[in-house]
Design a binder for this molecule. Structure first.
Ligand SMILES: Nc1nc2c(ncn2[C@@H]2O[C@H](COP(=O)(O)OP(=O)(O)OP(=O)(O)O)[C@@H](O)[C@H]2O)c(=O)[nH]1
Ligand SMILES: [Mg+2]
Length: 324
């Protein structure tokens, strides 16, 4: 890491929309060094009043479904509509798909050189919850730097969605036609989380298959319990390579935002998300608190040994850990 700036320099730089300072602030946030985390905390505190004014869009789907290619085209539409776009990636399986960060740079060729766009690959280390939390703070920094459309790309393999869902206003699921749910590894739970579904690669030989898939998914979605906001998720088709149907996805998201804002649901959802992150941090702290206590740890290990030898019931073992 380059030399650290003062806290005020970070804050000023971000608010002045200085991209290099923004990037450095994010690096700081991603660092696990205690000293860096302390500074990050204070930066976030100071920029907090300037956050919140953006659309936070989560995009998920199995590897290869076309997320990055979609974002390349979708991002350009956003820029045409005068949005300032930040693209962040959450990739919990980075050890499995090391290639994707490199791939993103080439797949977002035009977007990555646009002045109105900021692209940030995923932090490479840390637990899933940790990565998502850092992404949350990166979102806040991007908002403070004037980005009003934040896209979060995540690999849809079933681990990261719940977290990313808690970071975004609209959760878009990209699907392939004719691959079968099983093959796509998309769990029903993820379908239920989606505010919209888009069948990708609706071009060439895929056209008919995509249309059939669209009808099937639309039917499936109607069987899900109604959402709290009353919004019924829509299913679209698109081709990123032929630039078809992308505008319709934009319209769908706009419609969703109008719908949820008119019912005050938009704000309510964000408040619930803040509570979610508060609670998960509290849980983490409680755990940390106990496990950093040597005596607790000893009782914990003892109890564990006793239960594996079947010498004590689990309930009694648990009690023994919390009894001094
Ligand atoms: N025919 C066609 N091919 C596409 C389309 N969109 C993406 N592809 C191709 O599909 C492959 C995967 O695209 P990516 O955009 O990298 O997919 P991804 O979902 O970001 O993949 P990961 O980041 O690895 O999870 C690439 O070879 C793309 O060229 C499309 O609309 N039509
Ligand atoms: Mg990608």
């Amino acid at each position: 890491m380059k030399n650290l700036l003062s806290i005020n320099k970070y804050v000023e730089g971000v608010l002045k929309k200085d991209i290099s300072v923004l990037a450095r602030a994010i690096t700081l946030i991603e660092s696990s060094k205690e000293e860096h985390q302390e500074i990050s905390k204070q930066i976030i505190e100071k920029i907090l009043p300037y956050t919140g004014k953006s659309v936070r869009l989560g995009i998920t789907g199995v590897p290869g479904v076309g997320k990055s290619t979609f974002i390349e085209v979708f991002g350009q539409i956003l820029v045409q509509k005068n949005h300032k776009v930040a693209v962040l990636a959450v990739d919990p399986s980075s050890t499995l798909s090391k290639g994707s960060i490199l791939g993103d740079k080439t797949r977002m060729e035009k977007l990555s050189i646009d002045d109105h766009v900021f692209i940030r690959p995923s932090p490479s280390s840390g637990s899933l919850g940790g990565v998502a939390r850092k992404t949350r703070e990166s979102i806040l920094l991007c908002e403070a730097a004037g980005f009003d459309y934040i896209i979060i790309e995540t690999v849809g393999v079933g681990q990261s969605e719940t977290e990313v869902h808690q970071l975004t206003d609209f959760f878009l699921l990209l699907m392939l036609a004719g691959a079968g749910d099983e093959l796509q590894g998309i769990k029903r739970g993820i379908m239920e989380m989606a505010d919209g579904v888009t069948i990708t690669k609706c071009d060439g030989n895929n056209l008919d298959k995509a249309k059939i898939a669209r009808a099937e998914y639309a039917n499936a979605i109607h069987l899900f319990p109604p959402t709290e906001s009353g919004w019924i998720p829509e299913v679209k088709t698109c081709s990123s390579t032929e630039n078809n149907g992308i505008e319709e996805v934009y319209d769908m998201i706009e419609k969703y935002i109008r719908h949820t804002q008119s019912k005050n649901f938009f704000q309510k959802k964000r408040q619930e998300q803040t509570t979610f992150w508060f609670e998960s941090l509290i849980q983490e702290k409680i755990k940390e608190h106990f496990f950093s206590d040597k005596n607790f740890l000893q009782r914990y290990n003892n109890a564990k040994e006793h239960i594996t030898k079947n010498e004590i019931s689990i309930l009694n073992a648990v009690n023994s850990v919390f009894t001094k």
